[in-house]
Design a protein around this ligand. Structure first.
Ligand SMILES: [Zn+2]
Length: 690
């Protein structure tokens, strides 16, 4: 790496971080610091690993696994700081560093996994694990080490290992390009509205949020709709101008598929090819088989079984919903079929007609600040946590906020950072991440956990108002945050959210259930101007409409999960062409013309920006089986905060990290295996359930 800082001898990224919770010193960090700091951190980490591998002592848990767990400390804190900033508040310099370091980090990881001396030590320990008298956590950590190494090619022939390393490095570069391209396409489109008829149908809060948007984007006095979900979705829901809805929707659906420099089709195709090749080198039938072998589902067939069992009733229900929407169009004198840019608009009308429920009516009661309080209150009732906002910690952006989190005894447990508003420098979507994870290798290390969301900021001096879906996302991400903050294990390898991908959505999705409880809504859904609580009739309408439009939502999601899985089951990938593959798959499924995948393949960041959810988008549904069935444990006790159930949820899920297999963790929490009935009932996909 070549960046240097003329005239500056010190780099704050490499000094001791002495602020509260050892938070990165954001005020002193400049984008230019990252490249040289990562250079030094990589060198240090390499030296530490080399020392472990070359240790003349026979391998022991302490001199191999524990030493490994202690290694790379600088690298982990500098790279956490980097990736947090490059997702939540990026700029040209950070983007350039990202392109530069993605392959370097991949090369470093490959070196570790393909280090023969190191693997020999781990294998020797693993082979003699029965005789080592390890505690249960240590045994689990050793098992995970062995599995990680073998799943990354340790023990294979040198030529195979070299090819695997080259594949990983290329995938890292492609993944980075993929996300940067989506961000570029999102930035490039703004629908600027002049006012008057162009605003037809838009509620006041959306008009003022769009005015704020326009101001920020350099169109003062006008109104801007962007491709951020919090801007485009309500626009599609409310705009009476069919031509403008079409224009905005088409831009939204075409992200990553606009030809030219930011087109992602070739990138995605190459990634699918490389993943298939990697799986084959590792001895698996397909990438999906490789991926699922270390998931709760275990096989692609198990995941597909669940997806298909939901797809058929969901599609049938969506077609009935479409017919209802078409009826509204006809009744208004229209003579056209429901197009994808019509669905949200007419669904909103249908919701109004059938449930007398208007999102414009509920939104003034759902304020971001109150919902943050609701999320904290729930954590307090379930786990005894308390939250105190800090004003003394400089963060990376003026809109980010932080809280000290304390346990039942008032002892600090974590620092929580909430970064809630959409901006051009932020990736779309919502996520939880960390600056530091919990562990106890050398005394308790408290975690710094972050939630990043993309809510449209309210106008000047106005509250930020959320849709019910936005509030659900807030609860979801906070469920992940709790998984990180409540983590109570010794080893970083198994801390917090480092659990299999189809289990990791369980703690987040089960948390969404509390939002829908009357007890929470009565308390926290209060009008942003009058402070009056949500009228009881409106609350009942919200609850009654819970299954509304679930055919659409399930189809929109499940189509993505099926395309993802089938794409990664492909073995003949030489000529794979992304747009054609997607089209053929959707035809096979009988995808309704009026619905477009929630994430079309050319901007499907879950599966192409990095590796996390590839052949893994089904995880949300898999975890939903667990969360629907799991929340029933509270319902059965007739107490949504039942202390004994909350204690089990804490002990076996939120605090447990990956200290036991997900099957065992769930069984210990629930007292039995999960059942799919509650999921189907919740989505209204089962006519009758006993
Ligand atoms: Zn999630």
């Amino acid at each position: 790496m070549t960046s240097s800082l003329a005239g500056e001898s010190s780099n704050p990224l490499l000094e001791a971080w002495t602020g509260p919770f050892e938070i990165p010193p954001f005020a002193a960090i400049k984008p230019e610091h990252f490249s040289p700091a990562l250079d030094v951190a990589l060198q240090q980490a390499r030296a530490e690993i080399a020392a472990i591998a070359a240790n003349p002592e026979p391998p022991s848990f302490e001199n191999t696994i524990l030493a490994f767990e202690r290694s790379g400390e600088t690298l982990s804190r500098v790279s956490s700081a980097f990736f947090n900033l490059s997702s939540a508040d990026t700029n040209d310099i950070l983007q350039a560093v990202e392109r530069e370091i993605a392959p370097l980090l991949s090369r470093y990881r490959s070196e570790i996994y393909l280090n023969e001396a190191l693997f020999a030590r781990i294998k020797a320990l693993y082979d003699s694990r029965e005789t080592l008298a390890l505690g249960p956590e240590e045994a689990r950590v050793l098992e995970r080490y062995y599995l990680n190494f073998t799943r990354n090619g340790a023990g294979l022939a040198p030529k195979t290992k070299a090819r695997l390393a080259a594949i990983s490095e290329r995938l890292a570069t492609l993944g980075t390009n993929f996300s940067q391209n989506v961000l570029a396409d999102e930035k490039a489109f703004v629908l600027v509205l002049e006012g008057g008829d162009e605003l037809a149908g838009l509620p006041d809060w959306l008009i003022s949020a769009s005015a704020a948007n326009a101001n920020e984007r350099g169109f003062p006095g006008k109104y801007a709709i962007t491709l951020s979900r919090s801007s485009i979705e309500p626009f599609l829901q409310f705009s009476a101008r069919r031509d403008l809805r079409e224009k905005a929707f088409k831009a939204w659906a075409a992200r990553g598929e606009n030809g030219g420099e930011t087109d992602n089709c070739a990138i995605a195709a190459e990634m699918v090819r490389l993943r298939a090749e990697r799986a084959k080198l590792l001895g698996y039938a397909s990438f999906a088989h490789f991926r699922l072998a270390d998931r709760m589902a275990k096989t692609p067939e198990a995941a597909l079984g669940l997806l298909n069992s939901v797809w058929t009733p969901a599609r049938a229900r969506a077609l009935r919903e479409e017919a209802d929407l078409r009826e509204i169009i006809v009744s208004e004198g229209g003579n056209f079929d429901v197009a994808p840019w019509d669905w949200r608009y007419y669904a909103e009308k249908r919701r109004k007609a059938e449930f007398d429920l208007d999102e414009g009516e509920t939104k003034p009661y759902i304020q971001l600040d109150q919902m943050i309080e609701a999320v904290f209150y729930t954590a307090n009732r379930l786990f005894g946590l308390s939250f105190e906002e800090r004003s003394d910690i400089p963060l990376y952006h003026r809109d980010a906020r932080s809280w000290t989190v304390r346990d039942r005894d008032g002892k600090p447990k974590a620092l929580f950072i909430g970064d809630y508003y959409a901006r051009a420098s932020k990736r779309s979507g919502a996520w939880m991440t960390s600056f530091k994870d919990q562990q106890k290798l050398d005394g308790e290390q408290l975690p710094i956990i972050v939630n990043v969301l993309n809510f449209a900021k309210g106008g000047e001096n106005e509250a930020c108002l959320l849709s019910f879906d936005d509030a659900r996302t807030l609860f979801h991400e906070f469920g992940h945050a709790l998984h990180g903050m409540l983590s109570d294990v010794t080893y970083p390898m198994i801390a917090g959210t480092r659990v299999p991908g189809d289990f990791v959505e369980f703690p987040s999705q089960i948390y969404e259930n509390w939002l829908e409880q009357p007890e929470i809504l009565r308390r926290f859904a209060v009008h942003h101007k009058t402070g009056e609580p949500l009228p009881e009739a409106l609350l009942q309408k919200i609850l009654a409409a819970r299954q509304f439009n679930q055919g659409f939502a399930t189809v929109e999601y499940t189509a993505c999960a099926l395309v993802d899985m089938n794409l990664h089951l492909e073995t003949e990938t030489d000529k794979i062409e992304i747009a054609g593959f997607e089209k053929a798959e959707l035809e096979k499924l009988g995808m309704p013309d009026s619905i477009v995948m929630r994430h079309r393949t050319p901007h499907f960041q879950h599966i192409f920006s990095g590796d996390g959810y590839s052949a893994g988008y089904y995880s949300y549904l898999w975890s939903e089986v667990l969360d629907s069935d799991g929340f029933d444990a509270f319902v059965e006790k007739a107490d949504i905060f039942d202390p004994a159930t909350a204690q089990k949820l804490y002990e076996f899920v939120y605090s447990a990290g990956n200290s036991r297999s997900p099957d065992e963790a769930y069984e210990k929490f629930r007292g039995r295996d999960p059942k799919p009935g509650p999921l189907l009932r919740k989505r209204g996909l089962l006519e009758q359930v006993n």
